[in-house]
Design a protein around this ligand. Structure first.
Ligand SMILES: Cc1cc2nc3c(=O)[nH]c(=O)nc-3n(C[C@H](O)[C@H](O)[C@H](O)COP(=O)(O)OP(=O)(O)OC[C@H]3O[C@@H](n4cnc5c(N)ncnc54)[C@H](O)[C@@H]3O)c2cc1C
Length: 591
């Protein structure tokens, strides 16, 4: 039965934390538990993970049906609100991050997506041609990160699912599984992209190619339950005496001996975490530190800058003659189908209830969706990029931003990078579009008025770069083509509910986005960017914090540029690679 594990300040098979460990990991989330598992595999290396959240067996975590039960449960999340968004009519936004053993992998929507190869080549490009951060350098770690279990044969055939196991591994405790049912309407919505010129179709979501494709679910296919960092890594590490996990413990800061990380200071968790431990330890932008009366140990202007997330755009179309049956509407409208669905779930956890948020989407390059790729890329190159950052941004951070925008100008012209994402659920209305490579950059800073007790100030700075709105307008215009000017969707008789046909010009779109845009798809990254220090980087290619001995950052925040896809699979791969960097001092590929 679902239950909370009794509140134990320290979960250590009854023992208390030792005074010394080979490694201490702050945060038992997606990356933290992956690294802890790998480092303790040898049975001798000692690791302490300190996690602010509980070890929870809540059904809200394990349930796959619908995909949203984890993120709908406030007890599993940090309750942080963003600062009012100036370009979004001062709206504030909930910053969703998992606060539980497993971190965000315990609450996410379970979409198992591997972004395009070019996204990873961009990371390496900031360090020059010989960087081991590249698609080729990460592919083995993607394989190590997940255990791919193909969909069963009947559903593969009936839904026309394609996959290629050569892009996947089978050894991880974290599963990439599949539901046992797909709606025929989902397949039809994918196929309908063939009605538009130039749209690529990709055989496997792990191939690094953008296009229309099927992708798996973070799900244990036998149990039909969420598979995440807790089940895939913690549960096996917890059998080892050299792995310790302290739950409900909040790390306040890293203890430094000069510029060497010597330990961590942690307290029983009470109010929300700050997630800004680096700054609180005196590592960060000098000006910010001094306004909070914290001594600067290492002046690192990039800490907390370069914040990115995927903006979500509402573009809702409703079909009035959607005659492909069954489709998700039938779960509500058709009693016979509903009864069948419930019986299938009760019998052996099969049927529509085994679907989380779905398994099909279009991830398309900009030249495929817009004839303005070159025009917009040229406008991006010509910008004075620093104008779109906070005033007084450090010159190194501004230089890094410029390097990123020049890389994005190439990406806008490329068929190897995806900018457009439409998730296909098979439903009779469809409304969520994602801009996969936003150009604006935000900040996550300590609240200088009470840095230890108040949550960080999260500012997405949505639409700070005006070209974001121009790019997003093109995403909506293409979506209109898919629904309204496509021989393969014509029979479904779509009506545009939003933005509505009155929204046509770039300016009208800008107003629409200001009213309706969400700056987050819960993919926050970039605030400890892996970039050269002279480009505002916080960590080097080995993920070591510049200027500090014995301290690495391993999590989503090291992504210098946000990848064009949901971030969890990438975080697992980064963590797998980081474990090798820590263990062997270099990437060591064991295939
Ligand atoms: C609601 C939601 C839906 C998402 N949907 C998807 C999806 O469908 N597919 C996908 O690929 N990605 C999705 N993501 C994103 C993905 O889950 C994250 O990018 C990824 O899990 C982040 O991993 P991480 O290791 O960087 O951080 P996390 O997994 O968030 O781990 C951070 C951990 O650190 C702990 N912590 C923080 N501060 C302290 C402190 N001071 N002391 C001790 N512990 C601390 C936290 O409690 C947490 O456990 C979603 C995320 C969310 C929140």
């Amino acid at each position: 039965y679902p239950r909370e594990v009794p509140a134990s300040k320290v979960f250590l098979n009854g023992r208390q934390v030792d005074t010394e460990y080979d490694y201490i990991i702050v945060g038992g989330g997606t990356a933290g538990l992956t690294v802890a598992d790998r480092l303790t595999e040898d049975g001798t290396t000692t690791v302490l993970v300190i996690e602010i959240g509980k070890l929870s067996n809540s059904a809200a975590i394990t349930t796959v049906t619908g995909g949203f039960s984890g993120m709908s449960n406030p007890s599993l999340l940090f309750g942080i609100q963003s600062v009012p968004q100036r370009n979004l009519r001062n709206r504030t936004v909930a910053v969703q991050i998992g606060k539980v053993v497993g971190g965000s992998s315990a609450v996410n929507a379970m979409m198992t997506v591997r972004p395009a190869a070019e996204d990873f080549d961009i990371w390496g490009s900031f360090f020059g041609p010989n960087s081991h951060w590249s698609w080729q350098g990460l592919l083995p770690y993607f394989k190590r990160a997940l255990n791919f279990v193909p969909p069963d044969e009947a559903v593969t055939k009936s839904a026309n699912i394609t996959y290629d196991t050569s892009y996947w591994g089978t050894t991880s405790g974290v599963y990439a599984g599949w539901p046992s049912f797909q709606y025929p309407s989902t397949t039809a919505q994918m196929e309908a992209f063939r009605g538009l010129p130039g749209v690529p179709f990709v055989q496997d979501s792990g191939s690094g190619q953008p296009g229309v494709y099927w992708y798996p679910t973070f799900m244990d296919p036998k149990k039909v339950e969420r598979s995440y960092a807790r089940t895939g890594h913690h549960d096996q590490a917890a059998t080892r005496p050299n792995y310790h996990l302290a739950t409900e413990s909040k790390v306040r800061r890293i203890v430094l001996d000069g510029t060497k990380a010597a330990g961590v200071a942690f307290v029983p968790a009470s109010a929300g975490s700050t997630a800004t431990e680096t700054v609180l330890s005196g590592i960060g932008p000098r000006q910010l530190l001094s306004s909070a009366n914290i001594d600067t140990v290492v002046d690192l202007p990039g800490v907390g800058q370069n914040f990115q997330d995927h903006p979500i755009i509402q573009a809702t179309f409703q079909y009035s003659r959607f005659n492909i049956r069954p489709n998700p509407t039938d779960l509500f409208a058709n009693a016979t189908f509903r009864a069948w669905s419930e019986a299938a779930w009760a019998a052996n956890r099969s049927g529509p209830n085994s679907i989380a948020t779905g398994n099909a989407a279009a991830w398309l390059p900009f030249p495929v969706i817009s004839s303005r790729a070159d025009e917009i890329a040229s406008a991006l190159e010509a910008q004075n990029h620093a104008n779109y950052l906070e005033p007084n941004t450090d010159p190194t951070v501004a230089a890094g931003y410029r390097a990123q925008m020049l890389a994005y100008a190439s990406a806008l012209r490329s068929n190897g990078s995806a900018f457009y994402n439409l998730v296909l659920t098979g439903g009779s209305s469809n409304g969520i579009l994602v801009d996969l490579h936003p150009l604006s950059r935000g900040t996550v800073n300590i609240d200088t008025s009470d840095p230890y007790n108040r949550p960080p100030r999260v500012d997405y700075r949505a639409l700070a770069n005006p070209l974001d709105s121009v790019v997003m307008a093109e995403l909506v215009r293409f979506t209109r083509k898919y629904h309204l000017e496509n021989p393969l969707t014509r029979d479904w008789a779509a009506t545009e509910l939003s933005p509505g046909r009155s929204v046509q010009t770039d300016q009208q779109f800008a107003d629409y986005f200001a009213r309706t845009l969400s700056p987050t798809e819960f993919h926050p990254v970039g605030t400890c960017a892996m970039m050269p220090r002279e480009l505002g980087g916080v960590v080097d290619e080995e993920l070591r914090v510049y200027g500090v001995e014995g301290l690495r950052v391993v999590d989503g925040s090291i992504m210098s540029t946000l990848v064009g896809g949901n971030t969890c699979q990438t975080v697992y791969a980064v963590a797998e690679k980081a474990a090798d960097l820590i263990r062997y001092g270099a990437p060591k590929i064991v295939e």
